[in-house]
Design a protein around this ligand. Structure first.
Ligand SMILES: [Zn+2]
Ligand SMILES: [Zn+2]
Length: 78
């Protein structure tokens, strides 16, 4: 058994709507991919570093109004 992120592995789709315009948010990728194993940006947000072992944090972007947010997905067993 291996723990993987369902979004990174295309096992699930992002199903979040933009709070500003209602457009469907697009996956901007895992923050781990951008920033390595830790992120100085995550620290100040509501997402804490200590969950990074069990969660994959993604950047979600609205292609309509350029709103962006971060969201953590729980890793799943495959
Ligand atoms: Zn991921
Ligand atoms: Zn939007």
């Amino acid at each position: 058994m291996e723990k993987v992120c369902p979004i990174c592995n295309a096992l699930a789709e992002v199903d979040e709507k933009c709070p500003l315009c209602g457009n469907r948010l697009a996956d901007g990728g895992s923050l781990q991919n951008y920033l390595g194993s830790y992120s100085p940006y995550v620290e100040s947000s509501t997402i804490q570093l200590d969950i990074s072992e069990h969660y994959c944090v993604h950047l979600l972007v609205c292609e309509n109004c350029h709103y962006d947010t971060r969201m953590a997905w729980k890793l799943i067993d495959v």
